[in-house]
Design a protein around this ligand. Structure first.
Ligand SMILES: O=C(O)CCC(=O)C(=O)O
Length: 261
């Protein structure tokens, strides 16, 4: 997969790039089947965290099975211990695009699945991924792979194009213990651009692009796999003992460098 000049330009200018059909449909199906084995079958998510939708957790909303209320899986253990997720983190198209945007030495910083279950899936507030990670330089990227058709009604990715050039904004805690949101955006509703996607499409976003997803108001799942990549020459800006528990890395390709991530 070779990016065109226009695609490079778009990533630099808007801070995102949508690559259609990055995953074949059988890979998408294999991935959703595997997710379902964890949420509704016998596979235990032992090497990563699972989070339930807060309204269900608080007893404000009932679901038939706990798996119908799962909000996300999070943790690098997903790709380290599960071959289906591991293969996607090392997928040719995804790593080829990441390499062209970040260079040949790549490490994975984050791996997650966001579920947005039918009618239950809540919003994810406006935030920049960079706000979660003490990394320099601030240029890591996140790949958001749609595993179902993503629409404005079920919570497709929504971004503020070009706002990565405004730098890191202040964030505050959201209702989820693990989540933060931009506290005073200074942006307008009209700055938000919804990005509908087909299952298998991959969205590459710069870590400073503010983004948001709406609640799922439909009867269908809106699932996505998330992987964040960084240049292996990046540095964590805090000493190891002060790093948040979710800040870590997995080698993907190229060289590793002493003192770096
Ligand atoms: O998939 C979603 O709904 C939002 C995911 C997201 O932006 C994130 O986890 O950083």
């Amino acid at each position: 997969m070779q990016l065109s000049d226009a695609q490079f330009e778009q990533y630099q200018t808007d801070g995102y790039l949508l690559v259609e059909d990055a995953l074949a449909q059988d890979t998408v199906e294999q991935t959703t089947d595997r997710l379902r084995e964890y949420t509704h079958g016998n596979r235990e998510p032992e090497t990563f965290e699972s989070q339930i939708e807060p309204r269900v957790e608080r007893g404000e909303l009932d679901v038939e099975e706990e798996g119908d209320a799962v909000r996300k899986f999070e943790g690098l253990g997903m790709v380290e211990s599960d071959d289906v997720f591991g293969d996607i983190a090392n997928h040719d198209t995804i790593t080829a695009v990441a390499e062209q945007l970040l260079g040949e030495h790549l490490k994975l910083l984050r791996s997650a699945a966001m579920f947005k279950p039918p009618s239950v899936g809540s919003e994810k507030g406006l935030h920049q991924d960079a706000a979660y990670y003490p990394i320099q330089p601030r240029d890591h990227l996140t790949v958001w792979v749609a595993l179902d058709e993503a629409t404005p009604e079920n919570g497709c990715m929504t971004v503020i194009p070009g706002a990565h050039r405004d730098g890191l904004l202040d964030h505050e805690a959201d209702e989820y213990e693990t989540d933060i949101v931009i506290n005073d955006t200074g942006y307008d509703e009209s700055d938000l651009v919804e990005l509908p996607m087909e299952a298998g499409d991959a969205l590459f976003t710069h870590c400073l692009v503010p983004h948001y997803t709406a609640p799922n108001t439909t009867d269908d799942w809106r699932r996505a796999l998330i992987m964040s990549y960084m240049d292996s020459r990046s540095r964590f800006t805090k000493p190891d003992e002060e790093l948040e528990p979710w800040v870590d890395s997995v080698h993907i390709q190229g060289e590793e460098f002493p003192g770096c991530v």
